[in-house]
Design a protein around this ligand. Structure first.
Ligand code: ADP
Ligand code: MG
Length: 513
């Protein structure tokens, strides 16, 4: 409407269009102004014949005024703009017309906002129509872009099931929300569409999360910053849903009011998945523990079986008693291991200590039967200075595993088992300790095997192995602040494996306490 008024300001219409010869009477200065307007202006009489067109009109329709003046709109525009003619006819009946018209011009497609204004003489009779149109292509394109991107956003959100959006006018405390958001927060859709106070939405946050989320919102508004929070919503049907909300508080253009728009995503499914995973992980850990117990008690039980065999075939009573003694010790160890494995990650209370020499001795005794059966020669290298104290049960468990593996590796072809104990100081802190070596001339291990031996359940022995021995040994040595290392060769000339275990000595008191 404003445009039309401005046109009238430029065109004292009563002066310039009183007759068919209007064009010639237009004052040149005025005419120049009309031509300079970026809008198009034309005048048609009651028969819809052009009596005036400005320069822009000529340009947009791509014809000189001479081709238009005196002709009817129908002749000039043809069928292409039939609706324009309808508007003109309506204007001739006295109704001002306002409409958008799409126009194919020499410079491309344009959208015009057109006004057809009836022009009356002094008596009030209509004598023609003032045509005014200005280019709104840019605005329409911008609107179209906006509409499209909003459409796309809406599509994207609805495609991503359970994504809702909100826009909070903080100053007015009005939250406008889309249906997904409204549904999640239990606010009627119609209310959410026109806007409701934030309290109507936060009311449904789980009581245990409400305070935390409330504080986060307050902080965001205060700092005009970013917001991100994971929390639970209490649904009307009593179920709980997890959501992840992300938003940003910004100062509006007026510099006073705050806006705080954002997106919320329903992450309930993910949360349930995580929960299930944790549960599975726990079960797996329990399973691992159970099989490690089984594995660890297998060794002493195996030696009890060996000892019973020896007792049966022993010739003297002393010999029998010695074996029975060892068997008793081994059985005691079974119960010890069970308790210990259960306490594995909790505490390290083991009352007894032992010297490396004694420990190695007892292990050799233990395996005597198997060693002899497999034609394995044992070589002991125990230095006198290796005389500190070690935590008995756990170190025994490690050595048992290492010796057991060495025997397995030499089971078929025999070989030599070397057990060495040497007093050393810790390369890291100079503390005193022992280096125990368990070396065999067995099969050895290739690189692939070596990469995995400390992993639980890794075994190359099929059903005979559990793959837990080295895993447990590694954990136990770390728990005792020790280090377990391995070197191995499958070179046919000098194959075999060397496990080296460093353990710091313990003081008897520290173990007792
Ligand atoms: P398991 O003895 O039940 O297989 P371990 O954890 O004790 O489980 O050992 C894992 C794997 O490491 C064995 O299956 C074997 O392949 C390899 N291994 C361990 N010690 C030796 C050794 N002294 N010589 C050759 N291979 C060994
Ligand atoms: Mg083993």
């Amino acid at each position: 409407m404003r445009h039309v008024e401005s046109v009238q300001e430029f065109l004292p219409l009563n002066n310039i269009v009183p007759s068919e010869s209007a064009l010639s009477t237009v004052e040149p200065r005025l005419r120049a102004m009309v031509d300079a307007l970026p809008a198009y202006i034309a005048y048609v009489d009651t028969e819809l014949r052009y009596t005036m067109v400005n320069r822009t009109y000529e340009e947009w329709f791509g014809r000189p005024a001479s081709e238009m003046l005196g002709r009817t709109v129908g002749e000039v525009l043809g069928d292409s703009l039939r609706n324009v003619q309808e508007h003109l006819k309506a204007a001739l009946k006295g109704e001002t017309q306002r409409f958008e018209a799409r126009l194919r011009t020499v410079t491309g497609d344009r959208v015009l906002f057109v006004v057809h204004l009836p022009d009356r003489d002094e008596t009030g009779a209509i004598r023609g129509v003032i045509i005014h149109g200005h280019d709104v292509t840019d605005r329409v394109l911008a609107e179209e872009q906006l509409r499209l991107s909003e459409e796309r956003l809406r599509l994207a959100l609805s495609a991503a099931d359970g994504v809702g959006t909100w826009d909070w006018d903080v100053t007015a405390d009005l939250v406008r929300a889309d249906p997904t958001f409204a549904r999640l927060y239990g606010v009627p859709l119609s209310r959410a569409a026109i806007g409701a106070p934030i309290a109507a939405f936060t009311r449904n946050i789980h009581p245990e999360d409400a305070e935390r989320v409330g504080e986060a919102i307050a902080r965001t508004v205060e700092a005009c910053g970013d917001f991100a929070a994971e929390y639970r919503l209490l649904m009307e049907d009593g179920t709980v849903r997890w959501v992840f909300a992300r938003g940003r508080c910004t100062l509006a253009e007026n510099g006073i009011s705050h806006r705080f728009p954002g997106v919320v995503i329903d992450i309930t499914a993910r949360k349930q998945g995580e929960e299930a995973l944790l549960q599975t992980e726990k079960l797996a850990a329990v399973g691992r523990l159970a099989s490690s117990i089984a594995h660890e008690i297998n060794n002493p039980l195996e030696s009890v079986v060996n000892l019973l065999y020896l007792i049966e075939s022993s010739s003297t009573e002393t010999e029998t008693r010695t074996y029975a003694h060892v068997a008793q010790d081994e059985l005691a160890r079974v119960s010890q291991i069970v308790t210990q494995t259960l306490r594995f990650f909790k505490q390290s209370t083991l009352p007894s200590v032992i010297r490396p020499a004694e420990l190695i001795d007892s292990i050799v005794t233990l395996y005597r039967g198997r060693l002899a059966n497999s034609a394995i020669e044992v070589k002991l290298e125990i230095r006198d200075e290796a005389s500190g104290l070690l935590c008995e049960g756990e170190v025994r468990q490690i050595l048992n595993n290492l010796v057991g593996n060495a025997i397995d590796a030499m089971r078929e072809h025999g070989g030599q088992l070397t057990l060495r104990a040497r007093g050393v100081s810790d390369e890291r802190n100079g503390g005193k300790g022992v280096r125990l070596i368990v070396a065999d001339t067995g099969t050895g291990m290739g690189r692939e095997t070596l990469n995995h031996i400390f992993e639980p359940f890794f075994t190359t022995k099929g059903a005979r192995g559990t793959g837990l021995g080295l895993w447990v040994s590694k954990q136990l040595s770390e728990k005792n602040h020790g280090r377990l290392r391995v070197r191995s060769s499958i070179d046919p000339r000098r194959h075999g494996t060397v496990f080296s275990l460093f353990l710091p000595y313990v003081s008897a008191e520290s173990v007792a306490s």
